[in-house]
Write a protein that binds this ligand. Structure first.
Ligand code: 5RP
Length: 225
């Protein structure tokens, strides 16, 4: 099985966790897309009644096109379950997200969810986080100084850019800085350091977030609760 087939496998498996009447956080990315597609099938074929809370405009558009009822996070009291992908997951089930520049929105939705399910193909599983550049969402105003401070702290920051060279803007009109760290032996320490830098809105370290991890494997999905 290739990586795309494994993403499909876990997306479809996660859709089975959704029950009638649930409020469901809908993740962002190519793996989450398979989940939303499978959920759309259940809504169409089984008449499943759910409310979806998206984590990006991209996901909102996909879900709406599939006939899933959508609400904004501030229009629901809670979220029963959120299903999302990840860029890396370590041995302690800590993760990096934000490859799709949606980690702030994703973190707000996941932090208000009773249960978080991550769906990843097996290539995302690592011993120690950090090979994947860590995304940080920063306010554009003063962002040059945040970059300078990150350099002084020994990291390799790079503002994410569009093909035309302009900085990529998040949904909230902020910049993304990708931090080349190499290895993150203590994700909590790094997360604390980053979140206390003025101008940083949110980093892509998702610590103690996941309740159920579904890993795509050729022999079938591995589920860790
Ligand atoms: C978007 C994310 C995604 O969940 C993460 O990048 C994984 O994406 P994919 O499923 O396409 O590999 O955090 O901000």
């Amino acid at each position: 099985m290739n990586q795309i087939e494994l993403k499909k496998q876990v997306g479809e498996r996660a859709a089975q966790y959704v029950e009638d009447g649930m409020i469901v956080g809908l993740g962002t990315g190519s793996t989450a897309e398979f989940f939303v597609a499978a959920l759309g099938e259940r809504v169409k074929n089984e008449g499943l009644q759910i409310i979806g809370v998206p984590t990006s405009d991209r996901t909102r558009n996909q879900a709406e096109a599939l006939g899933i009822t959508i609400k904004n996070i501030d229009d629901v009291a809670y979220i029963d379950v959120t299903v999302d992908g990840a860029d890396e997951v370590d041995e302690n089930f800590q993760g990096i997200k934000g490859g799709g520049a949606a980690h702030l929105w994703e973190k707000i939705v996941s932090s208000n969810s009773k249960r978080n399910i991550w769906i990843v193909d097996s290539s995302k599983m690592v011993k120690t986080l950090g090979a994947f550049p860590l995304p940080i969402e920063v306010i554009p105003f003063g962002s040059k100084h945040v970059v300078d401070k990150l350099v002084a702290a020994g990291y390799e920051p790079k503002i994410r850019r569009e093909a035309d060279g302009t900085p990529k803007l998040t949904h909230f009109h902020n910049y993304i800085i990708d931090l080349k760290v190499g290895s993150i032996p203590d994700p909590k320490k790094l997360g604390d350091e980053l979140i206390h830098m003025v101008g940083v809105v949110e980093h892509g370290l998702f610590l103690d977030h996941v309740n159920t991890l579904i890993i795509g494997r050729p022999e079938g999905p591995q589920i860790i609760d």
